[in-house]
Design a protein around this ligand. Sequence first.
Ligand code: ADP
Ligand code: MG
Length: 258
Amino acid sequence: MTLMKLENISFTYETEPVLRDLSLSIQEQDFIGLIGPNGSGKSTLLKIMGAIMKPDSGSVRFKESPVAKINKKLFAQSVSWIPQDHPMVFPFKVSEIVLMGRHPYLSPLSFESEEDFEITRRAMETTMTSQFADRYFNEISGGEKQRVMIASALAQRPEMMLLDEPTAALDLKYQIQILNILKNLNTAHNMTLIMAMHDLNLAASFCNRLILLDEGQIVRDGTPEQVLEKDILERVYGIEIDLDAKDGNIRVHPVIEN
Ligand code: ADP
Ligand code: MG
């Protein structure tokens, strides 16, 4: 089933178009790696999908309904967006941040119910964050922070999560840990995921679909084997690239001249 459909999306911040007449369908249970060089429009596209920003032209539909017409709170019960960096100025505890994920379900004057706390607890279990529930967000590591943000997004009980470089600035162990959590959500909980990502090899190992953006346009969309092609990667990234395959997994290597 098609969950989200974007048609002829264009967007400009200042003068140069950042997204150009872009169309795309997301199917239920897709696990999409959104790849492409810096500045190709990945974060902008995720913000438009998450209704953080409106496109200048074109339409975004979620299950047939135009996103522009869906009530913000209702939309947040279906789609959650996790930004790349999360400045947290106030000293919140980890458990409080995860509980904030329940916000779309609360009416202005109501308090959290037992159910909200139970959902929060389960979201923390899934993301292995229960052990620092009472610590302050500012006082945990980058990998732990990222897991807390995923827990908070999960507490929203979305059908679809948009993640902007969830593994950026993490060491290899934490990268794999986050990707395993996401993979498990995708396969065991039918979560539809789209994440911007720079590591092409990790994207190819974990995602079932890659979308390659270049200068605000989709240049490839398909399985890792279909998208990670030598000529196109060399053109888009402007470097020489070797490809090989190990255990059926395609591997990308930049050619480094000494
Ligand atoms: P990516 O996430 O692929 O690196 P972005 O969507 O962040 O790409 O940015 C695409 C282009 O839009 C870049 O050229 C960037 O400089 C520009 N851009 C991003 N955010 C803004 C903004 N708030 N104001 C003006 N230009 C922006
Ligand atoms: Mg970005």
